[in-house]
Design a protein around this ligand. Structure first.
Ligand code: COA
Length: 261
């Protein structure tokens, strides 16, 4: 059973949990409370074996997340800001979450919103979505991983362009540069995202966890370290009942039923 949150809606559909940032009147901007509640909901969903995949989205039809709540920046000291960002971080919680997390991007995906989307494992965008790191226009820079994750995803040249100009790009451009996995018509966004989430939710949770960790190692280590880590994680899968079930089901020409054991 899900606790109630003031800034989030949490819905479970089968094995998929949908977390909706629910501040549409502020274009779902991330204030401190939203970040804390986001981290708390992930702790809850992490422990829930019935949940295999998590989707993040924004309420309303305008915004996914229009960034950090700029109103909170006014008058804030450097020390307070540092504490806010180095405490229990929502972006790190998503990045290290042991189950796949999908960003269902239904509109403005700016600043901290784009940083949250980039911390997710997959990004599925509506054709009405737009993307950018406009922090430079406020006299600051991205501070939630934007300079690092954007560079890993789209390369230094495009990351530098987006971060230095603060320009906003449309969904097709975001797809072309590799920022999002796919773009779908707005009317199909939820159905397409659920279809992908359900397909992933049918896989072995153990293999998904190992796969996520292995892929993330690629951008955080040397090739040799990454290849060694991959072998360890691959071998670890051999200790699971899911691996026995997956192999047996293939040989018996039936669909595997993974239990996460
Ligand atoms: N932080 C705080 N409030 C925000 C916000 C943010 N990041 N983004 C939007 N809002 C608020 C607006 O201040 C406005 O509040 P109000 O009704 O109390 O005046 C409300 O959300 C609606 O915003 P508005 O600008 O009228 O909506 P819009 O649909 O015309 O434009 C945006 C949407 C996202 C293009 C525009 O709001 C914007 O540029 N936001 C800031 C984006 C940004 O710089 N993000 C990076 C932050 S580091």
């Amino acid at each position: 059973m899900t606790k109630s949150y003031e800034t989030l809606l949490v819905e479970r559909r089968g094995r998929v949990a949908i977390v909706t940032i629910n501040r549409p009147e502020k274009r779902n901007a991330l204030n401190i409370q939203t970040r804390q509640e986001g981290a708390a909901v992930l702790e809850e969903l992490r422990e829930d074996e019935a949940v295999r995949v998590v989707i993040f989205t924004g309420a309303g039809d305008k915004a996914f997340i229009a960034g950090a709540d700029i109103a909170e920046f006014a008058g804030r000291t450097a020390i307070t800001q540092r504490e806010v960002m180095t405490g229990r971080s929502l972006f790190t919680a998503i990045d290290t979450f042991p189950k796949p997390v999908i960003a269902m991007i239904n509109g403005y995906c700016l600043g901290g919103g784009n940083e949250l989307a980039m911390a997710c494992d997959l990004r599925i965008a509506s054709d009405t979505a737009s993307f950018g790191q406009p922090e430079i226009n406020l006299g600051i820079i991205p501070g939630g991983g934007g300079t690092q994750r954007l560079t890993h995803l789209v390369g230094e040249s495009k990351a530098m362009e987006l971060i230095l100009t603060g320009d906003i790009i449309d969904a097709q451009t975001a797809y072309r540069i590799g920022l999002v996995n796919m773009v779908v018509p707005a009317a199909d966004l939820e159905a397409k995202t659920m279809e992908i989430a359900n397909r992933i939710a049918d896989k072995s949770p153990i293999a998904l966890r190992m796969a996520k960790e292995a892929v993330k190692t690629a951008s955080r280590s040397t090739l040799d370290e990454g290849l060694r880590r991959e072998i360890d994680l691959f071998a670890l899968c051999f200790s699971s009942a899911d691996k026995d079930e997956g192999v047996k089901a293939f040989l018996e020409k039936r669909k595997a039923e993974f239990k996460g054991k």
